[in-house]
Design a protein around this ligand. Structure first.
Ligand code: NAD
Ligand code: MG
Length: 383
């Protein structure tokens, strides 16, 4: 039996992970759950899955949970989350927290030498060099929980070093594929949240609509697989059936196909190196009739290029990019910023702060805080 700790348990990935665990026929055991502030939902999950220890980052939410639930222990605040991880004795931590708030928990799990199933791509975007060095130093295994990266991990398993030529990440194109920049000026939050192929949390759904999600994924792939940026491509594939491709030195290209269902990537990471059994309909290619591919439109969707620029600049630049994006997406979701303002806020913040060398995780936390402040100022100007 593998002991699993699930962070961000109330979210889209977290709840699907609990479904994968429930189907594991006792192979996986949940030893703890965490959430940000949704006390009722977290307590309900703890009850359903018979978990004895939970953590809520919001201290008020933690107090509320402790009042209503006496069958287990509720840990509070960031310190409580650190304790939940460090004292869990877990074999594997699934980090499904959204945003750069996931970096601290990633660092704790890796410092403890625990294997990490990483849905929180922001951990790698913000601190890729330090995070991968830490994993190497403590012997932790990093397993991606992102459909494209899970697919690439799968395709590259057993592949000898030096045979990989290029990675190709597919993008659905989001709900606004085919629109011009001008046609994006007045899109609504509701339209942006209506993703054509994947049902996900709010932040990543907006990132998919701006194509920033692919920018973050290029950086994520670079750190996971050690592939130079110029060898990582993005191709738009609206059906979301091919999740990624790898091109090898002998001219062959391998592709990973499947219905868009995150439980495949989650199951791959949670059961690794074994395989999950999941109730997915087999792929019927004749029924699909067509799979199409096109180049991304970086004029209408500048976020992908902004991410590549920040990646090239290196140092704290990807951290600044990520923080500005989080502020801008939040402002858009709250009706304080137009959709096209998201890229403007990020571009401005990157231009103002640029990238400086990263010496420690503290450098990153400081850059994240600075970028948030600058981005908020820009939101106020554009609002
Ligand atoms: P979500 O918003 O549905 O859930 C986020 C979870 O994190 C919730 O449990 C929430 O309580 C918790 N949380 C939020 N802020 C927190 C904070 N400050 N401190 C501690 N916990 C906090 O998000 P999601 O869609 O499940 O995405 C989670 C991560 O997985 C993101 O990094 C996302 O990019 C990545 N991811 C998601 C999908 C998907 O299909 N949803 C696919 C690929 C990658
Ligand atoms: Mg993805």
């Amino acid at each position: 039996m593998k002991r699993v700790l699930i962070l961000g348990a109330t979210g889209s990935i977290g709840t699907q992970a609990l479904d994968v665990v429930a189907r594991s026929e006792g192979e996986l055991e949940v030893v703890g759950l965490s959430a940000g502030r949704n006390a009722d939902a977290l307590v309900a999950l703890a009850r359903t899955h018979a978990v004895g220890r939970i953590a809520l980052t919001d201290p008020h939410a933690a107090a509320r949970a402790a009042e209503g639930w006496t069958d287990g222990e509720v840990l509070a605040g960031t310190d409580g989350l650190v304790r939940l991880i460090a004292e869990s004795g877990a074999d594997l931590v699934l980090n499904a927290i959204v945003g750069s708030a996931g970096l601290g928990p990633t660092v704790v799990a890796l410092s403890e030498g625990m294997d990490l199933a990483l849905a929180n791509k922001e951990s790698l975007v913000v601190g890729g060099e330090l995070v991968t060095a830490l994993a190497e130093a403590t012997g932790s295994t990093l397993l991606p929980v992102d459909s494209e990266h899970s697919a690439m991990h799968h395709l590259l398993t057993g592949e000898p070093a030096g045979t990989l030529e290029r990675l190709v990440i597919t993008a659905s194109g989001g709900p606004f594929r085919g629109r011009t920049r001008a046609e994006l000026e007045d899109v609504t939050v509701e339209q942006a949240l209506a993703h054509p192929t994947w049902a996900m949390g709010g932040k990543i759904t907006i990132d998919s609509a701006t194509l920033m999600n692919k920018g973050l994924e290029v950086i994520e792939a670079h750190h996971l697989f050690g592939t130079p940026y110029e060898r990582i491509d993005v191709v738009v594939h609206p059906q979301s059936i091919v999740h990624a491709l790898v091109q090898l030195c002998d001219g062959s290209t391998l592709a990973h196909l499947g219905h868009p269902d995150m439980r495949v990537a989650i199951g791959y990471a949670l059961h690794h190196p074994d395989r999950a059994t999941l109730p997915l309909e087999p792929l019927d290619l004749a029924k699909l009739t067509q799979l199409t591919f096109e180049a991304p439109d970086t004029t209408a969707f500048p976020c992908l290029e902004l991410a590549r620029q920040a990646a090239k600049e290196g140092g704290t630049a990807p951290c600044v990019l990520n923080a500005a994006n989080e502020i801008a997406v939040h402002a858009f979701l709250n009706g304080r910023l137009p959709f096209t303002g998201i890229a403007q806020v990020i571009e401005h913040t990157l231009h103002e702060l640029g990238g400086t060398p990263v010496h420690s995780f503290e450098t990153l936390y400081a850059a994240d805080a600075d970028a948030r402040e600058r981005a908020e100022e820009r939101v106020a100007v554009l609002a």
